[in-house]
Design a binder for this molecule. Structure first.
Ligand code: SF4
Length: 316
């Protein structure tokens, strides 16, 4: 399996590019995710030529109160233009990435909850994004972005990885050539995933594909993937997984002994009560499918949205 191209803040890979000359090495990224993701490290501040080590910086509202600037904490030297020049040069080359892991709390890379200071140093807001993270989100709204610290949460980690694999499948399909058949096949193999993530959007996607001559295919595909990625961003509740698994179970039930059906139902209910992780009922469904394959389910990514070795379904 070829690894998926994913961007990463360079300090997370162990590179000593932080303002103090240190790093923020993430062993989970370089040790586990790197087996599947071909990480492309970038450091906006080093790339912008701000030097390492360099003075600590933060976001500050300018005099007029309408522009957020990147300035040194001591002395208030403005580094915004250098950083934005690098961003403008670099962003166009990032279109092939399927996701990006960012360092939190950074005025350049932080995705959320970044502080904005006033001229006197007081914190005015805590809801900004770092300048690079904001530009990345705006240029590539479909790209899954996550802060490394949030990958410690089982649900957020699972959701991020699933979205990367989902987007990778979409981009590969487009690279092979968008056709009506390819679009329908994509939707078919991701139906149960989409159903689990967001029923409302799942119901919008079917009609969108019902008449592929209603508009140019590229327009339909654009609307489809923006709705689908919005659905995938929603974390799946236990109830929503149970609903999707019960739909799946309807296909494999015929091939099961009575005792096996009972076991499957019991394990789905135990999962709903939070007594066991998702991997348990999902394994039973996969065993049933393997024993008596149903062609339709063979194409369902919900049964294996990412490599089992990541162990992500043990934690949700
Ligand atoms: S957080 Fe971003 S800008 Fe800061 S050192 Fe890491 S990669 Fe560079």
């Amino acid at each position: 399996m070829s690894r998926i191209a994913v961007g990463i803040s360079a300090c997370l890979t162990g590179r000593e590019v932080r303002h103090d000359g240190g790093h923020k090495h993430s062993r989970y990224c370089t040790g586990v995710l790197a087996r599947y993701f071909d990480f492309r490290p970038l450091c906006p501040e080093a790339g912008a030529g701000l030097g390492t080590p360099r003075p600590a910086m933060h976001l500050r509202l300018d005099d007029g109160g309408d522009q957020v600037r990147l300035v040194t904490v001591r002395g208030g030297e403005d580094r915004t233009d250098a950083l934005q020049d690098w961003v403008a040069r670099t962003l166009p080359g990032l279109g092939s990435l399927r996701g990006f892991v960012l360092t939190g709390k950074s005025p350049s890379c932080g995705l959320e909850r970044i502080r904005v200071h006033g001229e006197d140093g007081r914190v005015l807001r805590r809801d900004a994004s770092g300048l690079f993270a904001a530009a990345l989100r705006s240029a590539y709204p479909l790209m899954p972005l996550e802060e490394e610290g949030r990958l410690n949460d089982d649900g957020l980690r699972e959701n991020f990885v699933e979205r990367v694999f989902f987007l990778d499948d979409w981009m590969e399909m487009n690279e092979r050539g968008l056709t009506p058949g390819a679009l329908i096949a994509f939707h078919t193999r991701h139906k149960f995933q989409l159903l689990a993530h967001c029923q409302k959007r799942y119901r919008q996607l079917g009609p969108l594909l019902s008449d592929l001559r209603a508009a140019p295919l590229e327009h339909i595909a654009r609307e489809y993937i923006s709705t689908a990625m919005a659905a995938m961003e929603r974390r799946v509740s236990r109830g929503a997984h149970v609903n999707a698994m019960q739909h799946l179970a309807g296909y494999v039930r015929e091939g099961l002994e009575i005792s096996e059906r009972r076991m499957l139902d019991e394990q789905i209910q135990a999962y709903l009560r939070g007594e066991i992780p998702l991997v348990v009922p999902m394994t039973l469904l996969r065993q049933a499918q393997r024993r008596r394959p149903v062609a339709y389910l063979d194409r369902q990514d919900y049964l294996r949205p990412y490599p089992d070795e990541l162990g992500l379904r043990n934690g949700v």
